[in-house]
Write a protein that binds this ligand. Structure first.
Ligand code: ARG
Length: 276
């Protein structure tokens, strides 16, 4: 029998996809002049927000800005841990104006914001798990930024090398199911082949009970999921993973963000968690 999973209420920050589009290609999912069904994108995003609200979570919104077509991907704009905000420094020049837009929101909400000097894409590559920050590198966030993250939060950072361009952000290859606590270790899901051999070994050592996802699950954005400890918002296309989540006592909540997959994003990319 899997353990009884318990949800914890969360505070999320999102950005309405008013100006969302695919106009440039900075990852293998994107096509220059990619066709987006804007009405469908808006409807899918609204379902995401109402799902969070129905589950009892708090959702806050940052105002979208014209021209910032990727601003909907709130996860990339910061990592918030213990009420401290580490802002972002984007790799792509097209996304750099998002830095100030989010910084303004955080300041208005009463937070101080530290801006990293090196390329650092927030929760896209930085995933808090069990008292560590797992930190991806290889495509966006740099190892130098990992050092800044450790210095800023005073939390040990574990660097992980990403090797597959389809999984260019850590949050496309790994997510936290249960952050753990005094009585239990953190529980994560990941796709091993997205990582270098050494990083795979690190993950196996740290998380021997992890849920292992196939390439099909990962290509369906199954690992770009958001868990509250019990309910897991997951792409309905990740059928294999959904079965395994159920077997492990979680409640899969399918939310289809297919219009955002065209930009290389999914559920987690659209969601920034504000951790008090
Ligand atoms: N088009 C965006 C980019 O390539 C997608 C970002 C997806 N976000 C994420 N957390 N993986 O930057």
């Amino acid at each position: 029998m899997p353990p009884r999973r318990v949800s914890r209420p969360r505070r999320y920050l999102v950005c309405e996809p008013r100006y969302y589009d695919v106009q440039y290609a900075i990852n293998p999912w994107m096509r220059e002049d990619g066709e987006v069904d804007h009405d469908l994108a808006r409807a899918q995003w609204k379902t995401l927000v109402s799902t969070y609200l129905d589950l009892g979570h708090t959702v806050e919104q940052v105002q979208p800005e014209p021209g910032l077509v990727d601003m909907v991907f709130a996860a990339n704009s910061a990592l918030v841990l213990g009420g401290r905000v580490l802002g972002s420094r984007f790799h792509a020049p097209q996304r750099r104006p998002e830095e100030a837009a989010y910084e303004t929101w955080f300041k208005g909400a009463g937070f101080e914001v530290y801006r990293p000097e090196s390329v650092c894409e927030g929760e896209g590559d930085l995933v808090p798990a069990g008292g560590f920050v797992l930190a991806g590198t290889g495509f966006r966030t740099t190892p130098t930024a990992h050092r800044e993250v450790q210095e800023f939060f005073g939390v040990p950072v574990v660097g992980l090398q990403l090797v597959d361009p389809y999984f260019y952000h850590l949050d496309t290859a790994l997510f936290v199911l249960d952050d753990g606590g005094a009585d239990r270790p953190a529980h994560i899901a990941y796709h091993p082949e997205a990582f270098s051999p050494g990083s795979r070994e690190v993950l196996a050592r740290m998380f021997p009970d992890a849920l292992i996802a196939t390439r099909e699950d990962a290509m369906a954005f199954g690992l770009n999921s958001v868990s509250d400890g019990r309910n897991v918002l997951v792409a309905p296309q990740a059928e294999g993973l959904i079965g395994r989540l159920e077997a492990h006592g979680y409640v899969p909540v399918p939310v289809d963000l297919s219009e955002f997959h065209k930009s290389g994003g999914g559920i987690k990319c659209c969601t920034q968690e504000i951790r008090a």
